[in-house]
Design a protein around this ligand. Sequence first.
Ligand SMILES: O=C(O)CC1=CCC(=O)O1
Length: 96
Amino acid sequence: MLFHVKMTVNLPVDMNPEAAARLKADEKALAQRLQEQGKWRHLWRIAGHYANYSVFDVDSVQELHDLLMQLPLFPHMAIEIDAMCRHPSSIRDDDR
Ligand SMILES: O=C(O)CC1=CCC(=O)O1
């Protein structure tokens, strides 16, 4: 199942810079692991925003929820999700 996810990060302005750097490093490590596993298919910066557009490929809504809740930045994110299905005009065989 494919999901389009928009994540907008809002770190507290008074957050300790070292704590923020640690959170970002932990987020990057998990994001890269999930990309290697094929769960996090796309990760794009939204130009001009501390936000990203992502595509997740997971087996269930529950799996998506669990993955998102594990993200170190989750407590500081606003998340919007759209479920996607195959478009009849798509020429890409690997889209499900
Ligand atoms: O910077 C972001 O958009 C938040 C984020 C998601 C994965 C990652 O490494 O950073």
